[in-house]
Structure formats: structure tokens, C-alpha cells
Design a protein around this ligand. Sequence first.
Ligand code: SF4
Length: 123
Amino acid sequence: METRNGRVRPATTKATRASIDDEADSILTTKAVSAAYDHPTPRDASIRWRCADHGAPELFDPTDDETLTAARDFCGGCETKDLCLDLGVRRGEWGVWGGVLLEGGKPVDQPRRMGRPRKVSAA
Ligand code: SF4
């Protein structure tokens, strides 16, 4: 175990699915919501989050189909996409996780359109 900011955290170890799940569960089950922001993803140095240094993070919060397609293509080449999607679903995340667009952790087909919905004519 290691401590950071006064909190005890699991020590990072070689990445195995079990150790990642254990760490993800410790994040998910914490009562301190801020811990999820402080420690959003498993920190194991051997895990390669392909988008970690991406220059345009808005790609993963698409507002049109073209951006969604680009995000899906980028995630397609990510070696941690299964773990990423699992975390996104379990934590009720929004945006593209593991190549899947999520809204509150639920997969959706299209990005939300900005602005007011169109008025329906009563004709
Ligand atoms: S699958 Fe997840 S970690 Fe990988 S590039 Fe896509 S959003 Fe990033």
C-alpha cells in the first residue's frame, strides 16, 4: 500500500487483469467522489492509454458524427480499449470510452445535438 494526500491506496504492480480490476473496484467503491477525479484510471505504468497525450481531447466528447467516427478510429488502435470501456460503463461516464460513445455509462449511437430541439409543427 502507498499513501497519497493522506489516503491509503493500493500499490501499483505489474498490470494484470486482476490487479487492474482490484484497483478499478477500489476507485468505484470509494465514498469520496473526488477520489475518482484525483485517480481517474489505474495508474499502473505498464498500461498504455493511447489518448493520454492526445493533443485534442475534445475528440472524445464528440458533438457530430464525423468527430465520433474519428474518435472510434483512434480508439480502434488502443491496446487498453476493453479496460477503458469497462471503466466507462461501470463509472457511468460520458463521451467516447473504448471506442464506444457513452451517456451516463450507457452506449448510444449518436452524439447529442447542441441547442434546443426543433419545434414540432402542429400541422
Ligand atoms: S480506448 Fe480509451 S484509453 Fe484507448 S484511446 Fe480510446 S479513450 Fe483512450
